[in-house]
Design a protein around this ligand. Structure first.
Ligand SMILES: *Cc1c(COP(=O)(O)O)cnc(C)c1O
Length: 217
C-alpha cells in the first residue's frame, strides 16, 4: 500500500473531531511532500532540528506538531514553526517557549507520564496542578493533555490509560482549565484512543512503514 492508501484507510475511520498527526520523524522531506500531495497537512516530529530542517525545506503547507521531549536549548528551533507542542512537562520549558513566542502565544499540551515508555511528562497525580500553573505563564496557550501509555502487545490494554487521561481532562475542564485536546494513540492503538475521546492521534509506522531501528527512539 502507498502512503496515500495508508492515509486514506485511517482517515476513513476517523470522526471529524479527530486530527491525524502523521509522525514523519526520521523520514526525509520528500516523504512528507508525498503525503502533502495526498492532501495530508498535519505532521509530527520529535527531534527539534529535524522539525526545523523539514519545515524550512518544505515551506508553507504542512502544519508541524512537536511530539517529542523538548530540551530548553532547542525551543528556538520549534517555536514559530510548530502549531502545537505536545509534551510540555516543566514550568521552565513553558517559560522558554513563552519567551520565544513573542506576541503570538504557542499552543501547548501537558505531557502526562503514565508509564516507563514516556521519558518525559508529569505524573498523573500532579498533572492538573501543573496545568493550572501553566495558565500563569505568558506566551503559551494551554489546550489539553497528551500521553504515551506503557507499551503492550494488545491495543485494548491501553484502554484504561486512555480512559484515565480523558477523565483527568474532564476533571480539569470542570475546574475551568481549557483541556479540550487529548493527544493519545499511535499506530497500534489509535482506534482504541479514539473510542476514549482522543482528538489528536499520532501515527507513524501505519502510514510510512517501519522506521530503521538505528533511528528509533
Ligand atoms: C514515534 C512516535 C509516535 C508514532 O509511533 P508509531 O508507533 O510509529 O505510530 C507517536 N508518538 C510519539 C511521541 C512518538 O515518538
Amino acid at each position: 500500500m502507498s502512503i496515500a492508501d495508508n492515509l486514506a484507510v485511517i482517515r476513513a475511520a476517523l470522526p471529524p473531531t479527530v486530527t491525524l498527526v502523521a509522525v514523519s520523524k526520521t523520514r526525509p522531506a520528500s516523504i512528507v511532500a508525498e503525503a502533502l500531495t495526498a492532501g495530508h497537512v498535519d505532521f509530527g516530529e520529535n527531534y527539534a532540528q529535524e522539525l526545523r530542517d523539514k519545515a524550512d525545506e518544505l515551506g508553507p503547507g504542512p502544519r508541524w506538531h512537536f511530539i517529542g521531549s523538548l530540551q530548553r536549548n532547542k525551543v528556538k528551533y520549534v517555536v514559530g514553526r510548530a502549531i502545537l507542542i505536545h509534551d510540555v512537562d516543566s514550568i521552565e520549558l513553558a517559560e522558554e517557549i513563552g519567551k520565544r513566542s513573542g506576541s503570538t502565544p504557542t499552543a501547548i499540551l501537558v505531557g502526562v507520564n503514565m508509564g516507563e515508555l514516556q521519558k518525559s511528562g508529569v505524573p498523573t497525580a500532579r498533572a492538573l496542578e501543573f496545568a493550572r500553573a501553566l495558565m500563569r505563564v505568558p506566551g503559551v496557550s494551554l489546550r489539553g493533555l497528551m500521553t504515551i501509555p506503557p507499551a503492550t502487545e494488545d491495543p485494548a490494554a491501553a484502554a484504561p490509560y486512555f480512559a484515565e487521561l480523558a477523565a483527568l481532562a474532564a476533571v480539569g475542564r470542570a475546574d475551568g482549565l481549557p483541556l479540550h485536546e487529548l493527544s493519545m494513540g499511535m499506530s497500534h492503538d489509535w482506534a482504541v484512543a479514539i473510542a476514549h475521546g482522543a482528538t489528536l492521534v499520532r501515527v507513524g509506522t501505519a502510514i510510512f512503514g517501519a522506521r530503521r531501528p538505528i533511528t528509533e527512539t
